[in-house]
Design a protein around this ligand. Structure first.
Ligand code: 5GP
Ligand code: MN
Length: 364
């Protein structure tokens, strides 16, 4: 049994906004991962089925191992064409954001969201701005949305989108049992289900962590009944690397990993010169930060790499040991208790020093 999780008032407010809108833009977070792509594309398929005009905008390019996701090729990439993307945002009747909770995480769209976030009195006649619905699972949602559907207990935003769709349909049926609403006859299609499944799979590391909720597997079963080939999803996401990425993993673990045994911490830091040696492409760093946690005595892992204009950091931990405060306090970031990220505008050397000066305090 999949119990309703989302507050019914939130569903009815979101439903009202969706029912009123014709043209809808879905936005997800910068450096989109499987859950960002899965949740935004699943929402797109649902809204298309409801007869809406829908565009998904991603802040920047998504990795090649997600390009097979149904609908991904139709995504608009903000960084590639900011004017066209801004025009789409301006023309939308409604914007739905998935898998992020603050304007900053939408990259260069942050300004658009910040300007847009005046309080909304839920009356279309007096609406001063484009209404926004947030569907997300991060802590501390900002006030950027008019309807904030935020459930950090959900392992993925994609699972939350699934739950949203289910409850939206149930609410349509109970509102108007005899009318032949689109939603009333709605059955999940394979494309939508594949997007949801991929987000659930990637945000739990293929059901390795944050995956103790029995209902998650009931949802997976429903998705498979709707046509998901889970073995194929795994293969398309996790077995698509090029040779350079595999050699980069070897280099990281053999040469670059530093272990601080007293604090159960490991660090891997890579310069852009090193990345170039391995023909680094977007997505090649995926999963490397988790690998030091395979050492029995390592509970915290930090991975950092030099990007074009900043240092990007990933943090992972196990059990009741938060890493999001480390990421937030020292590296302008945040995230979940056991999986967080941040950035440093400066040199790799500085970022390593910041780590060395602070890890004892944050990794206990
Ligand atoms: P990853 O290490 O996979 O890039 O990110 C792990 C998680 O940390 C993401 O799901 C997201 O919640 C969070 N995260 C990553 N980068 C940032 C950042 O720059 N700022 C904030 N607030 N959160 C981040
Ligand atoms: Mn997510």
């Amino acid at each position: 049994m999949i119990h309703p999780l989302i507050d019914t008032q939130l569903i009815s407010r979101a439903k009202q906004l969706i029912d009123q809108a014709q043209t809808i833009v879905v936005v997800t977070h910068i450096s989109p991962d499987g859950d960002a792509m899965g949740s935004s594309l699943a929402m797109r398929w649902f809204l298309l089925d409801l007869g809406k005009r829908v565009t998904v905008i991603v802040p920047n390019e998504f990795p090649a191992f997600l390009s097979w996701l149904p609908g991904a090729q139709d995504d608009v990439i903000f960084d590639k064409d900011p004017d066209a993307a801004t025009a789409l945002l301006d023309a939308a009747d409604l914007v739905i954001v998935t898998d992020f909770q603050e304007p900053k995480r939408s990259g260069k769209m942050a300004d658009w969201f910040t300007k847009n976030s005046a309080p909304f009195p839920l009356s279309p006649a007096t609406c001063p701005h484009t209404p926004i619905i947030m569907i997300d699972h991060h802590l501390h949602p900002s006030d950027m949305a008019d309807v904030t559907i935020s459930y950090p207990q959900c392992a993925s935003a994609s699972e939350l989108v699934y739950r949203f769709i289910l409850q939206y349909i149930q609410s349509s049926i109970s509102e108007c049992p005899e009318a032949p609403l689109n939603a009333q006859r709605y059955t999940l299609n394979a494309q939508l289900s594949t997007c949801i499944y991929t987000g659930m799979m990637t945000d739990t590391g293929n059901f390795q962590f944050n995956s103790n909720d029995a209902e998650m597997y009931e949802i997976v079963a429903e998705l498979m009944r709707a046509g998901v080939n889970k073995d194929e999803c795994y293969d398309k996401v996790f077995n698509q690397y090029h040779e350079g990425r595999m050699r980069l993993v070897g280099y990281c673990l053999h040469t670059k990993m530093r272990v601080f045994p007293e604090h159960h911490v490991a660090l891997i830091a890579l310069s852009s010169k090193e990345l170039k040696q391995f023909n680094f492409r977007s997505g090649d760093a995926e999963g490397i930060v988790n690998m030091p946690l395979q050492i029995s005595s390592i509970y915290y892992s930090v991975f950092m790499r030099e990007d074009t204009d900043k240092i990007k950091l990933s943090f992972r931990s196990q059990g009741d040991r938060p890493v999001n405060t480390f990421a937030a306090d020292i590296f302008n970031g945040g995230g979940h208790k056991n999986a967080a990220g941040g950035e440093h505008y400066g040199t790799l050397r500085e970022a390593v020093h910041l780590f060395l000066n602070n890890y004892e305090k944050y990794c206990k």
